[in-house]
Design a binder for this molecule. Structure first.
Ligand code: MEV
Length: 452
């Protein structure tokens, strides 16, 4: 039996009617949910309307904290990085890494290339060589027909860089691509690229239909899709930190040399072992996604590109690399990052505008360097903890506040626990036990929290 209620025309209901319907169909008619959802609305109607209109069917706002990791020395400039993220230890870890490298020359970021790619995916069941020479001869027509879309971008130094036919028939019968490479300057460029590709598909269809070089059946190409690729192996940035090994002094319990060796091996393990690489890269994206979200960029696109890039050898591998030779420690990341600082959410979302202002209104290339450094810093912090004291010490310290908030602890109780754990490792069960002892209540009071 199907459970739940279907509805037609949900998007046409007012926000209030949508909420009312959800409450009666899914929330047992409990009207307290209405006040709860309304309590998350922005007090300024104009700002709320902006948020309402970002997506369809908005019922309220969903908050993420915006934290700041200061002291990021990147290419000779000190940034305070805006980070939107829910995971308790991420901003602290970034700030710790930033401080560590601030005293050792900071991060050096270089944009290696900024080209993006899109395809018209189509089927053609004829002579591929003939099609290729036809497209080569008619290339100019694709540029001319897209001129109305590209002229603005061209005046900013971008546009379509080149177009070529790619024959994929060895993998799928009849499958060809019209592959175009784009420079989109300070914008991420998804809409621009997709508009160009849609026009290119039209041009291709018309050119073939009007040509007398092809048979009637050859002319009947099938355009399957016109879409940018989020895999951007030619939109790459590299960020690096380096210092003499003897300046590493990571921890009192481990010498700089031993630290460098263990760190190097931790990176090597992530390079050869996909199980570890996945967690290793997840940690990198803790830093990357947080800045990407704060600056209004598409973190799903960034993640997708990063993971494909990490698999480019045929085996999923680390996005960072390390070298310890000639007495020097070198640690770097190379990653595709298709980012924008104009268009999309960048000028609309008030928090995004703030974040970009905090970064000094960077260009897209500068932002690529900043975001790559935040990923490298996050990975450095994680590996530094993993090869020394372990991550739980720092992790649980940051998580303590979440546990205490779950227990609805007072500020006084929170202060007590910060002191209590100064020389102990935080655990959930010990926090609950001690909390109950302090309040003189049975531990079972919080049994329901365990069940969640
Ligand atoms: C946790 O969010 C991220 C780490 O697991 C990353 C890593 O293991 O490298 C700490």
């Amino acid at each position: 039996m199907i459970k739940g209620a279907p509805i037609k025309g949900f998007s046409k209901l007012s926000k209030e009617a949508k909420i009312q319907w959800l409450v009666s169909e899914y929330l047992n008619g409990d009207e307290s949910h209405i006040d709860f959802l309304n309590s998350y609305l922005h007090p300024e109607a104009k700002v709320q309307k902006l948020h309402d209109e970002f997506i369809e069917n908005t019922i309220t706002n969903y908050y993420l904290p915006l934290g700041v990791a200061p002291n990021f020395l990147i290419n000779g400039r000190i940034y305070a990085l805006p980070m939107a993220i829910e995971e308790s230890s991420v901003v602290a870890a970034a700030a710790k890494s930033a401080n560590f490298w601030l005293e050792r020359g900071g991060f050096s970021s270089t944009v290696l290339s900024t080209v993006k790619i899109g395809h018209v995916h189509f089927m053609f069941f004829g002579d591929g060589n003939k099609l290729n020479s036809f497209i080569e001869r008619n290339k100019q027509k694709f540029f001319e027909d897209t001129n109305h879309i590209t002229s603005n971008m061209q005046s900013r130094g971008g546009g379509i860089l080149d177009i070529q036919l790619v024959n994929k028939t060895d993998q799928l019968d009849g499958y060809y691509q019209l592959e175009a490479r784009f420079e989109t300057c300070d914008s991420m460029g998804a809409n621009f690229i997709n508009s160009c590709l849609e026009q290119m598909a039209k041009t291709l269809t018309i050119l073939l239909a009007e040509s007398d070089e092809f048979t009637e059946s050859e002319k009947e190409i099938q355009v399957v899709m016109r879409i940018l690729s989020n895999y951007t192996p030619e939109c790459i940035v590299r960020s690096e930190v380096t210092c003499p090994i003897d300046q590493l002094n990571a921890d009192e319990e481990i010498s700089p040399k031993e630290f460098a060796e263990k760190f190097y091996r931790a990176v090597r393990i992530a390079e050869i072992e996909p199980y570890r690489a996945t967690t290793h890269n997840k940690g990198i994206f803790n830093g990357i996604d947080a800045v990407v979200i704060a600056t209004g960029n598409d973190f799903r696109a960034v993640e997708a590109a990063g993971h494909t890039y990490a698999s480019r050898s045929g085996r999923y591998s680390s996005l960072t690399h390390c070298d310890i030779s000639d007495g020097m420690f070198r640690f770097w990341i190379e990653i595709p990052l298709a980012l924008g600082v104009v268009g999309g959410l960048t000028s609309l979302h008030p928090m995004v505008r703030f974040s970009l202002a905090l970064l000094g209104k960077p260009s897209a290339s500068e932002l690529m360097g900043i975001v790559a450094a935040s990923g490298l810093a996050q990975n450095f912090a994680a590996l530094r903890a993993l090869v020394t004291s372990g991550i739980q010490k720092g992790h649980m310290k940051m998580h303590l506040l979440n546990i205490l908030n779950q227990l609805e602890a007072t500020d006084e109780e929170k202060n007590f626990f910060v002191n209590y754990y100064k020389d102990k490792v935080v655990t959930y069960s010990e926090t609950v036990r001690k909390f109950c002892e302090l309040r003189g209540i049975p531990v079972e009071t919080f049994a329901h929290l365990h069940k969640k």
